[in-house]
Write a protein that binds this ligand. Structure first.
Ligand code: NAD
Length: 483
């Protein structure tokens, strides 16, 4: 018998303890080889004054086992409490969020009977880097960061996942018709990585129409890989249209560590009443069993669970007089799954997680062999200013011109307003002034610093600068809207 795998388990808040008890009972009856360390997280830990909702000894267990099965928790109302999910994701480097969204038609009501897709969301970058600034009275800024290694790692993870799990297509969504540099990078890396997997179909959609198609025809998708924000939104859409919120599990995977959880919350109104559906957490536990190399047990559990659904034994959230035979509570549902261990579904497709599927950590080698020649050719200087028209600001800035750095353009909310106004929109207190040479030529940091010194002498309130660089001669900056 293989040695038991150490895992860390948290029973959570609200319905958490009930659904976790049901899940652990099923796993034990199925013969899962687990060495369980139990930790306390969530509401009581927050209320004891630990802002992260998890104390050091609990962390110590997670860092040791590197496999975390987590029930939902309640975040207390009021400020000052940090998201435990964000803390865990950051501390363990869990860069991939994996969420299968599958319809169990005709046994569970779904508008999309043939839906069977997996959303793979990048978990660390994009607008979620949390770099935000208030720049003026009227303007807030969030920085969107898309990196080549981060994009390559998640996209390679998605293709590897498709390959290991017998899926035939990977689709990416982004918005590179507008965000040509950031989303453009994600798209370029997708095309590059796809070329390494000729047996898997690769397709790309602009996120707006792709999202509409996903909501309308989810059966057209297989594996969908997305940058963080689009993935956050669309993984919820996919789970919602697949059926009940109580059914879906998710994995958050990093290099050598992973966290598994249901996608729903702690449903406090249902707590302590033996009502909740343990299926979401059970599906998360199945993902965990595959991850830790117990794919046969994963298949046994998944098949018994599907057989239970087929037999019409349903918790309140999926119970329907036409489809269900018996409305049961959490404990009875768990017992029904346990009593079907070893049975196969007869209508739904039986699960057969193989040894290949077990290698559920990315072996992605991230290439950084792209070393373009970088040249600084100018600077965008941003101002907090309410003193008049675009021409007034240009006149204040003109004396700061030097031979190498000359004011070329002013924009407001991205649109050019000087020397020609190419937009007739609202003007706010946030301006961008672009300084370059008359020709594209190299400028030094000293020349930029000298420009800022001259601007400081005018008394204008500059709030940030962005250097303008070319990479292998190609501009690494966008033009103003309307240019
Ligand atoms: P929720 O997911 O807990 O509940 C939404 C709705 O779905 C409710 O009607 C609930 O009764 C139902 N529901 C959820 N899970 C169910 C299940 N297993 N079986 C049957 N019905 C189920 O979302 P909420 O009410 O917005 O949040 C409640 C608490 O959960 C909040 O404190 C929130 O911060 C927390 N939360 C935690 C997590 C997590 O730990 N990962 C995720 C989301 C929300």
């Amino acid at each position: 018998m293989p040695p038991a795998t150490p895992i860390t388990v948290a029973h959570g808040d609200g319905i958490g303890p009930e659904i976790m008890a049901a899940v652990l009972e099923i796993l034990s009856a199925a013969g899962a080889e687990l060495d369980i360390e139990t930790i306390e997280i969530g509401e009581q830990v927050y209320l004891r004054g630990t802002p992260s909702g998890i104390d050091d000894s609990a962390w110590e267990s997670i860092r040791r086992t590197r496999v975390f099965l987590k029930a939902p928790i309640t975040t207390p109302q009021g400020g000052g409490f940090k998201s435990l999910n964000v803390t865990t994701r950051v501390a363990l480097g869990l860069y991939a969020n994996v969420r299968p969204a599958i319809s169990y038609h005709p046994f569970v009501q779904s508008k999309h009977p043939d839906m069977n897709l997996v959303v793979i969301r990048e978990n660390e970058e994009d607008l979620y880097a949390g770099i935000e600034h208030r720049q003026t009275a009227d303007v807030m800024q969030s920085l969107k960061l898309i990196t080549r290694p981060g994009s390559e790692r998640i996209i390679r993870f998605a293709f590897d996942y498709a390959q290991r799990n017998g899926r035939s297509k990977v689709t990416a969504f982004a918005k590179d018709n507008i965000m040509k540099l950031s989303d453009g990078l994600f798209h370029d890396v997708f095309d590059e990585v796809a070329a390494d997997y000729p047996s898997i179909e690769a397709e790309y959609w602009i996120v707006d129409i792709g999202a509409a198609k996903l909501a309308d025809t989810p059966e057209a998708f297989d594996v969908v890989v997305l940058p963080n924000l689009y993935g956050d939104i669309l993984s919820d859409v996919a789970a919602q249209i697949a059926g009940s919120v109580g059914m879906a599990g998710a994995a958050n995977v990093g290099e050598g560590a992973a966290m598994f959880e249901a996608i729903h919350g702690s449903a406090p109104r249902r707590a302590g009443q033996n009502l909740a559906n343990p299926s979401g957490l059970l599906n998360a536990a199945v993902l965990m069993l595959v991850h830790i190399g117990q794919p046969n047990i994963a298949s046994t559990v998944q098949n018994a669970w599907m057989r239970t659904l087929e037999d019409g034994i349903h918790t309140y959230d999926i119970y329907d007089e036409e489809r269900s035979n018996k409305k049961v509570g959490t404990r009875e549902f768990g017992a029904a799954v346990t009593s079907r261990l070893g049975e196969q579904p007869t209508t739904l497709t039986p699960a057969t997680f193989g040894a290949e599927g077990a290698k559920n950590t990315s072996t992605a080698s991230v290439s950084s062999n792209v070393t373009p020649i970088k040249q600084t050719v100018g600077v965008d200087v941003f101002f907090d200013w309410t003193g008049g028209t675009p021409s007034d600001l240009a006149n204040l800035l003109k004396p700061t011109n030097s031979g190498e750095l000359v004011l070329q353009m002013l924009s407001n909310r991205g649109a050019q307003v000087w020397p020609e106004a190419l937009a007739d929109g609202l003007l706010v207190d946030h301006w961008r002034a672009r300084f370059t040479g008359h020709e594209v030529s190299a400028v030094s940091h000293a020349q930029i610093a000298a420009l800022l010194t001259r601007i400081a002498e005018t008394g204008l309130d500059f709030i940030k600068t962005e250097n303008l660089c070319t990479f292998d001669g190609k501009p690494g900056y966008s033009l103003a809207l309307g240019e």
